[in-house]
Design a protein around this ligand. Structure first.
Ligand SMILES: Cc1cc2nc3c(=O)[nH]c(=O)nc-3n(C[C@H](O)[C@H](O)[C@H](O)COP(=O)(O)O)c2cc1C
Length: 427
């Protein structure tokens, strides 16, 4: 089903901002932009999200973003290149620079794992020590990342306590030292992602963006909220516009994009070079493809439209993601019988930890993905009680089989409390 160029009203929409963000017909996301010598096409970025954007999720989103014919359902199983993906750039979840520089080679590899089809990919670091950050940036460059990014937005207490993340927003001289140290240690492009400032009496985003440009950084990304704001209220896009006015390097706008219309409206309102999408991605993994469809149709006809997923698409999507997670578990085979030597004990531990991790991610994803799906709450409850991945997959299959027998009902996205409550823990 195609939807037209009308701003869709959703439950969590605030009508004042909806009106403010209504956009003219020409508004659309740019086809490409460059970060240093790295071409990003289209100009869309998957936001770094701790506990979410691991390699399985990133590849899943990249595949889900694929589009060839806007009217054909996307095949999530086909490997995609950047040219046919609606998602131009992906980023790792943030990694501690202190941890990375201390880790042994094998553990490091686990943290920095990515697959060839994830290029271009940016590695995000947090920390407060210029030398350690410079060392870690070099490690990322050696690991083949295309871009290295510094996190200055994370409000998590454990990060801020050691002056990392948004804690640094109160110490611009230290940020400058970090910019200079990292810039001189790597030759790949270096970017920074930040919030507007610590609070309303300390808005530093414009100054910070200028400093980044002066220090040779190649792009900045702004989540247009203060640290104190957490995720409350609306993202204040006017500050993205202010940053864009102040610098020549590309500006990536971030905060509250939930639909293709929102993405186009942000570009129109701020003139940002690219848009970054966080919480909408796990709730609607088609968002990047929908933006691409919307952009292409708007360019061709003046009216933006995009396909909405059917139940079958939803089923295939959740199955695809869970299969990917199970595939990771299978890389740590089960140890049958008693594990009575050191090697078997280690293998058993690895298997159990991979299994636990996969189940945790399945539960988390199922929760985001099924909000608004009729009967989704029942499925979430059932999945919550599962102990093994195969059981989760059985529940999902049974759920969608039953849905297929029932009359079709419209999917209406709902607010997800866990994602919306991110202020307590994330960037
Ligand atoms: C679960 C979760 C984890 C996050 N982890 C990070 C992170 O590791 N690094 C970072 O810079 N921002 C992190 N963020 C913030 C997002 O990258 C993004 O800036 C924010 O969610 C606003 O964008 P949105 O409105 O599109 O979600 C996280 C957000 C969420 C919801």
């Amino acid at each position: 089903m195609a939807t037209t160029d009308v701003y869709m009203k959703k439950e969590w929409d605030n009508s004042a901002i909806t009106k403010a963000r209504a956009m003219p017909a020409q508004a659309r996301v740019p086809a490409e932009f460059h970060i240093g010598n790295v071409r990003i096409a289209p100009a869309t970025v998957l936001a770094p999200m701790a506990g979410v954007t691991d390699t399985v999720f990133r590849r899943f989103i990249k595949n889900a973003s694929m589009f060839t014919d806007p009217t054909a359902p996307a095949d999530v199983d086909v490997e995609t290149t950047n040219e046919v993906s609606g998602c131009g750039l992906i980023m790792t979840e943030f990694t501690s620079a202190d941890g990375l520089s201390r880790m042994r080679e094998t553990k490091r590899k686990r943290y920095l794992t990515y697959y060839e089809d994830e290029h271009p990919i940016s590695a995000q670091l947090f920390g407060s020590n210029p030398e350690t950050l410079a060392d870690s940036a070099r490690i990322c460059e050696d690991a083949g990342f295309d871009i290295v990014d510094l996190n200055l937005g994370c409000p998590a207490k454990r990060v801020v306590a050691c002056n990392g993340g948004s804690g640094l927003l109160r110490d611009l001289p230290r940020i400058k030292e970090i910019f200079q140290a990292v810039r001189s240690s790597v030759s790949i492009p270096f970017t920074v992602k930040f919030r507007m400032g610590w609070n309303d009496s300390n808005i530093v985003c414009v100054e910070l963006a200028k400093m980044a440009e002066d220090c040779g950084l190649q792009a900045v990304a702004l989540h247009a909220r203060t640290r104190e704001q957490g995720y409350a209220g609306d993202a204040r896009w006017e500050w993205i516009a202010a940053v864009k006015d102040a610098v020549k390097i590309p500006v990536i706008g971030n905060g509250d994009i939930r639909t293709p219309e929102d993405a186009a409206a942000m570009v129109e309102a701020t003139r940002c070079d690219a848009v970054m999408i966080g919480r909408a991605a796990p709730a609607n993994p088609w968002i990047f493809r929908q933006i691409a469809q919307y952009t292409a149709s708007k360019q061709a006809t003046g009216i933006g439209s995009y396909t909405k997923p059917t139940d079958l698409d939803r089923y295939r999507m959740i199955r695809d993601y869970f299969d990917r997670l199970m595939h990771e578990v299978a890389e740590h085979p089960e140890v049958l019988g008693a594990a009575d030597d050191d090697l078997s004990k280690r293998l058993k531990r690895n298997h159990e930890s991979a299994q636990r991790d996969a189940i945790g991610r399945m539960k988390q994803f199922a929760s985001w993905f099924t909000h608004g799906v009729p009967g989704g709450a029942t499925l979430r409850r059932e999945i919550f009680d599962c102990k093994r991945g195969a059981q989760v997959i059985d529940k999902v299959e049974a759920f969608f089989t039953k849905r297929a027998e029932e009359p079709a009902q419209e999917f209406v996205p709902e607010q997800d409390e866990e994602l919306e409550a991110a202020p307590a823990s994330w960037g």
